[in-house]
Design a protein around this ligand. Sequence first.
Ligand code: SF4
Length: 233
Amino acid sequence: MIRLKEKADFKVSLADSLFFSLQGEGATIGRPSIFIRLMGCSVGCAWCDTKYSWSGPPVEEVTIAEILDFCREHEDAQVVVTGGEPLESPQFPRLIEALHDAGLRVEVETAGHVPPSEDVLERVDQWNVSPKLKSAQIAEEKQPETLDWLRRVKEPYLKFVVHRADELDEIEAVLDKYGLDDFPRNRVIISPGGKAREQMEHRLLPLAEVSMERGFRFTPRLHVMLWGDKRGV
Ligand code: SF4
């Protein structure tokens, strides 16, 4: 009984308060989702749209019990655990365990440089792994050492934030580097960069066309189209 209470009282540090919205990008774009944005990221992408999540005091600390209450208010919504970089958070494994035990569908968004433990691998329903291209200007040690673990998960997706059509050649090189040449192309998602609608709009058609040519999937970033550069949506 005490153990149950300990689990329920466990606190998670957030960069945004819990929010309910539509998944804005990737394979489940448009799906009603609860977002848990964990605090902290050391990757340092030049074009990061959530720089406020990198460090500093969290916006809020919520208990597992409060998170599960919020999920109950939004029946049938899935849960998206994002950041920051969720796998850098020491709170991540216990959060995933609690969401899984509650029977919730869980997606995780990660840059992929911190390999997940086996327990976590099994408990997450969908992995959205986003290796960074040169435009992100990150240090080499922040690139994944391996992505072999993607072959052992139920629903793996690779997502690349792209600003120019010629970056698709770089994506082919990344697939080659990680031995993922045979990774299903319809699980490689091209996502146009841009924090604001006007920064993204002009990239949509050119990037959609080159994605089609290569057999990659393309999704716009729906939350940017709907709400622009706004937090908590
Ligand atoms: S990994 Fe994600 S949160 Fe971290 S800097 Fe890059 S885009 Fe931002």
